[in-house]
Ligand binder design. Sequence first.
Ligand SMILES: [Cu+2]
Length: 308
Amino acid sequence: MEFLILIIISAAAILSSESTLIKYDFIIKTIPGNPDGYPRGVITIYNANDTWNPNRPFPGPLIRASLGDTLQRRITNHMKEQSTSIHFHGLHMLNNLWMDGTELVIQCPIHPSETFSYTFNVTHTGTFWYHSHQGQQYADGLIGPMIFDDDEIEKNYSYGMSDHVIMLQEWYHESWADIMTAYQGPYDAFPGSIPVYPWPPTSFLINGHGQFDCRTINCTEYSSFLNACGHRERAQCIPLREPFFGLCNPHLHVEDEFLCDASQMRLRLINAASGIPFRFWIEEHNITIVARDSVPILPIIVPRLTIQ
Ligand SMILES: [Cu+2]
């Protein structure tokens, strides 16, 4: 799901809607990553004429087009052991369902070393996202944002260049395959013999970055610590070994900053989680919700919102 949010006031920015063929050429690969300070393998998607960003392997590159454009998206799978497919979340794909990207439903898997091209006309406007539609692969990082311009929001509000995507995710230190193995059983694989869903995440990511308190690596089931708000929390005990890909670092990523340099700012919120909703707010600001699921709505001013 996704919300569009705008922080306060006026005017117009109208883009032309001439039809253009817009091409993207992406590679998908598994790499060692470190989204929250705890190193683990992740899946990255990056431009074929570039290299991946080791500091922020995901979200993937922004896909941007305008209403009426034709989008062609070439995907090459450089993962050694996993097939994949890419779904374009929220697009109707009318008369073009073969481009919907659901593996084994709409299309054959893109096997390792194979390439597949998705082509479709842009018939929506607003904020969307793409993600793997193979198993829960997108929980390992195979996600990215899409913006289709020429929407009502551009015409009714003036935010200039202050236009930002904010992708929210929960994050785990296990791969999706391990989580699903534990979830699906045998049921004595976790305490109480009762499946736990959603599996409790270890941290939360904003645009692929988060912070994990590495102090909780060495703990007993009775350990606790003071969180950032001064509340005592039970420490999460994780196995007494350093991560396979290197040392845990609680301060690896500084917080991203968005400069409030305009009277209003457009924030394109995307919940890219695999199992949970988020509550979102900005200290000392109200937020104006101007669209929901990429459909413009009558503005609603709120101190905080929940995004499913
Ligand atoms: Cu989806």
